[in-house]
Ligand binder design. Sequence first.
Ligand code: IPE
Ligand code: IPE
Ligand code: MG
Length: 246
Amino acid sequence: MTSADIARLPRHIAIVMDGNGRWAKLRHRPRTFGHNAGRKAVRAVVESCLREGVKVLTLFAFSSENWRRPEDEVSALMELFLRALDKEVDELHGNGVRIRFVGDLNAFDAGLRQRMLAAMARTAGNDALHLNVAVNYGGRWDIVQAARKAAEAVARGELRAEEIDEQLLGHWMCLSDLPPLDLFIRTGGECRVSNFLLWQLAYAELHFTDTLWPDFDHACLKSAIEDYARRERRYGRTGEQVAQKA
Ligand code: IPE
Ligand code: IPE
Ligand code: MG
């Protein structure tokens, strides 16, 4: 790989894994069949990131709004998370993957929360790939929890309100210790963000694909990365300024 190729490789990819329900419907099967099939796609994309040298992968597994789904679908998803935690963590750990769950974990039952915390603790020393799984996550929740931390620091007298700026607030947002988000992918054909990483998306490149999540494979990831490599990231500057810097 040349240094130009490495510069064009996103360091941090986030994915809205959408389309499991429609994938199942096409096969006349229940929605949970699609969620189970989605688990294989998660394994494939993790392997692809390890293979391609992507350092951070953030997956949207359950939004703060997904509690609104029918009770049996929510329970089936919780079951699936439990099974995945029991079955996948060993192999992920063996491959040097660091797992982190981001979102308000307090909403989950104690057994599931314990397993999430244990997986995070066990893999905390790994560095081959940072795998963040967003569960009961909402981009607005993320901004609110950061604002609350800032307010608490002001109340304790450790910070003056006028000292709060983008950098300081950004420091309290989820994933702020990791490389900034480069590439946002949404499968399933919808062109919306659905309350995913609102703050972190400010200058990410967006890639939407009609592929339903269970069908997303190595070739799909490669094509998203190639799409990203063709983008010119200007951050407010002109194309000429960017060309001069390169
Ligand atoms: C995404 O697939 C998985 C979760 C939200 C948990 P969906 O279940 O939203 O699938 P569609 O959009 O109904 O096809
Ligand atoms: C977003 O998908 C959440 C996840 C993929 C976990 P949804 O299917 O819930 O999004 P909407 O409801 O279509 O916006
Ligand atoms: Mg959906």
